[in-house]
Design a protein. Structure first.
Ligand SMILES: C[S@@+](CC[C@H](N)C(=O)[O-])C[C@H]1O[C@@H](n2cnc3c(N)ncnc32)[C@H](O)[C@@H]1O
Length: 235
């Protein structure tokens, strides 16, 4: 690798990722009962199988993402291109992402099978109008106050500092707390692994609005630096 190429690079445009359910459980420090106690919101859901798996376990889950305005065929094409993009991005950073003998990040096959499961479930949802996948974007969610017991937001707010600023973070979190009694956000780093620099100010703002904030220590599944989750509850 040329010395002018940094070993850790941000990913650029917001990725439609396909993290498996087990990553969500680990990164949000979820107990099994928290998945089935009440309705869970996964926002953004991306091409992951979190919602489908919660439903398989007997829980209720709704996934929200602006990409869910696409038809199943359109989304399948986009997700395929996004998986190729993440494969290229991770392959270019071998010191950060463990690669297999072919030079492919070890998690890529898992992401591909997760995306396949998601795309099947998404197509079934569009056929049956089950409402499991809602096309919408933070900071506006089309749900009444208190619809969910828990809202999870992974790899969006702090991941893309070039796309989302402090004002957006506060408005998005306020909206998530409007629709859910508890919100968990992960990671607190950007896609290059840098900690969100305005966390203290954000926590002060939230506490001033009566929000209880706790930092949970977790194990990052795709990057060990992603070792914290923010747990927020309304008073
Ligand atoms: C990196 S993925 C995260 C998906 C999943 N939570 C995960 O951890 O794998 C980011 C997702 O955010 C979605 N997105 C972009 N802007 C958004 C917004 N304003 N509100 C909600 N989701 C958004 C994208 O479409 C994309 O699917």
């Amino acid at each position: 690798m040329s010395s002018s190429v940094p070993s850790v690079r941000p990913i650029g445009e917001v990725l439609i990722s396909a993290r498996p359910f087990a990553d969500g459980v680990a990164q949000f420090a979820l107990r099994p009962d928290e998945l089935t106690t009440g309705p869970v919101l996964d926002c953004p859901g991306g091409a992951g199988d979190f919602g489908a798996t919660v439903r398989d376990l007997g829980g209720r889950a709704v996934s929200v993402d602006p990409c869910y305005v696409d038809s199943p065929e359109e989304l399948a094409t986009r997700v395929g291109a996004e998986l190729d993009r993440v494969q290229a991005w991770t392959s270019s950073q071998p010191s950060r992402f463990p690669l297999d003998a072919r030079g492919v990040w070890e998690q890529v096959p898992v992401w591909r099978s997760t995306a396949a499961r998601f795309l099947d479930d998404y197509a079934a949802d569009r056929g049956n109008a089950t409402g499991h996948y809602v096309g919408a974007a933070l900071p506006h969610l089309p749900f009444p106050d208190g619809t969910f017991t828990l809202a999870l937001s992974g790899f969006l707010l702090f991941t893309y500092p070039d796309h989302f600023d402090e004002d957006f973070h506060l408005r998005a979190i306020t909206e998530l707390l409007r629709v859910a009694a508890e919100v968990r956000l992960h990671p607190l780093n950007d896609s290059a692994g840098n900690r969100y620099p305005h966390l203290d100010r954000l926590l002060d703002d939230l506490r001033a609005r009566g929000v209880t904030c706790r930092l949970l220590e977790v194990t990052g599944r795709s990057d060990p630096r992603d070792d914290a989750t923010l747990r927020l509850t309304r008073s």
